[in-house]
Design a protein around this ligand. Sequence first.
Ligand code: PLP
Length: 285
Amino acid sequence: MATILYQDQFIDRKQAKVDIEDRGYQFGDGIYEAMMVYSGRIFLLEPHLKRLERSARELSLTLPYSIDHLADNIKKLIELNQLEDGVVYFQITRGAAPRQHFFPEHTPPVITGTVSSKVRDLSKRPKGIKAVLAEDIRWLRCDIKTLNLLGNVLAKQKAHNVNAGEAILHRGETVTEGSSSNVFIVKAGELVTHPADHRILNGITRLFVFDLAKRLDIPVSEREFSLKELLHADEVFITSTSNEVKPVLQIDDQRINGGEPGALSKKLIAAFDAEVERIRTQPVS
Ligand code: PLP
């Protein structure tokens, strides 16, 4: 899709230039959000923007525009590209400044936004994925959605090498999250997922699943759980913006629920699908 957001302007993608000394490019010093778009409507825009604000605050990255203005620009980007179903990716880096001026007041942030289309074809949706286990080697501020993602990338490569869809990370015996998702297990009718501390990203989809579970009267427990609990869970699923709710049917050599999606996973997916269909007909704000 040709039109991108660059600072406060809409330009052709080919005209975009990033300074070779941009701190985002050099050090991963920046933040981002990815959001789904369904029928031209941004799904869960508000919580994504709130998290972006929080990430900026945690890194002392001063946003040059109000969050409402950023939201208007993201909507305009979707309109200009006539995006129906797809993803909007929004990024803010520290920008570039002479080396002796390392500190934030000297570096005007660089804002970019891009969109790509992705048709949500339910007839082609796999019933679940295979996952691998990987040691969580990331830093201890995984709660900030930064561009510093090498630990995630290496884990994802490990999954990709064996044709698995996700790597489930663990610190010692404790399961944290996926390389680009949150992990839930089902045990005796209850959803269990790692608490939202510094070791995981508090996913917007994770929080949305809490809402769905409440509506469906499914109890949720935010507590640490072990590798043993994971491998012996009744059901396992991951959540993320692009994966939505996706059952995990096998982890390394261990099949979960006989390799079939479980009842609660299916209930949550149906509720999620209903929400997506509902927002398709809502007025575009
Ligand atoms: N955890 C990590 C490490 C992620 O990268 C992501 C998404 O990219 C998530 C969790 C899920 O977050 P969200 O539901 O906001 O997409």
